[in-house]
Design a protein around this ligand. Structure first.
Ligand SMILES: C[S@@+](CC[C@H](N)C(=O)[O-])C[C@H]1O[C@@H](n2cnc3c(N)ncnc32)[C@H](O)[C@@H]1O
Length: 281
């Protein structure tokens, strides 16, 4: 693997050339700062996890045709823990070769897929990876990553638009999903349902009547409309008022007194897909 020590000594290793990277190569589109919102949330929410980790190994799975967002993640996490190591994994070998010159102390690149190349990371970020898979591929991809987590480790599986103005992500631990976060640059949306087309793969096909995520987005729109009078004070205040009023009926995990403009995190139990409905293939 290109770069410096990568934590491979912890946990089983799949020998290069023999192990099969799980997944399929997909479009490599990426952009500088596309994942900024997700990264800042990771720093806030998972910084303590990273700080207490015995081995601060983080995997950025599927970094795309340029390693820029992996490097940005590394820089942001280094502010939390100076000895963090970020390993960018790509299923596409040509993208690993292309990223090699960006290797540096603590930042490396290697070929791998949902099996995480046998590493045992404390944190995995998989951004805009599952988006290009069918919904039916999600459970196996999640379990494969969950099996590899270090004790107490977490996964952030997210989707965003090209510029990172609209995004969503699921936080998972080794047992299953914990929460869904919706995040946007609030002055670029007309209504909260504008976020629907950037839902994570596990939910994007579930924005239909009877599913929790659909009810949530509808409730957000209704609360947004109720607070239309705040329009003149700006979209940020309107979003905060919306979030405060939703907290009466929804298990929101944000600070109820100071919701963050353009961000809302809800317990997964409220939005989990209904098991009695078939997944889209
Ligand atoms: C759209 S790019 C995302 C780039 C970056 N993460 C971002 O969000 O801007 C998706 C990348 O994931 C890679 N990919 C797809 N499936 C993968 C898998 N199972 N393991 C590793 N990489 C994968 C693709 O080859 C592609 O380069």
């Amino acid at each position: 693997m290109a770069g410096t020590k990568d934590g491979a000594s912890r946990g089983p290793r799949l020998a290069a050339g023999r192990a099969r990277a799980l997944g399929i190569a997909t479009r490599g589109t990426t952009n500088p700062n596309r994942l900024r919102r997700m990264d800042l949330w990771i720093v806030r929410r998972l910084g303590p996890l990273l700080r207490r980790a015995t081995d601060p190994l983080v995997i950025d799975l599927g970094y795309g045709h340029s390693p820029i967002t992996a490097i940005e993640l590394f820089d942001r996490l280094r502010a939390c823990r100076s000895d963090v190591r970020v390993l960018g994994l790509e299923i596409d070998a040509a993208r690993v070769t292309a990223a090699a010159p960006a290797s540096r102390d603590g930042m490396a690149f290697a070929q791998g897929g949902f099996e995480l190349a046998g590493r045992r990371p404390v944190l995995v970020r998989a951004a805009n990876v599952l988006r290009q898979y069918p919904e039916t591929a999600v459970p196996a991809a999640w379990s494969s990553m969950q099996r590899q987590l270090a004790a107490g480790g977490m996964i952030v599986d997210g989707t965003s638009d090209e510029l990172g103005r609209r995004s969503s992500w699921v936080l998972l631990d080794h047992c299953g999903p914990i929460s869904l976060t919706l995040s946007c640059r609030v002055d670029t949306i007309n209504r909260p349902t504008d976020l629907a087309d950037r839902l994570v793969k596990a939910l994007i096909h579930r924005n239909v009547a009877g599913e929790g995520v659909h009810e949530l987005l509808q409730a957000m729109d209704r609360a947004w409309d109720r607070h239309a009078s705040l329009r003149d004070f700006g979209a940020r205040q309107r979003w905060q008022a919306m979030a405060r009023s939703l907290s009466a009926d929804w298990p929101l995990l944000d600070d109820p007194l100071r919701p963050r403009p353009g961000e809302l995190t809800v317990a997964w139990s409220a939005v989990a897909p209904r098991a009695d409905r078939p997944m889209s293939g």
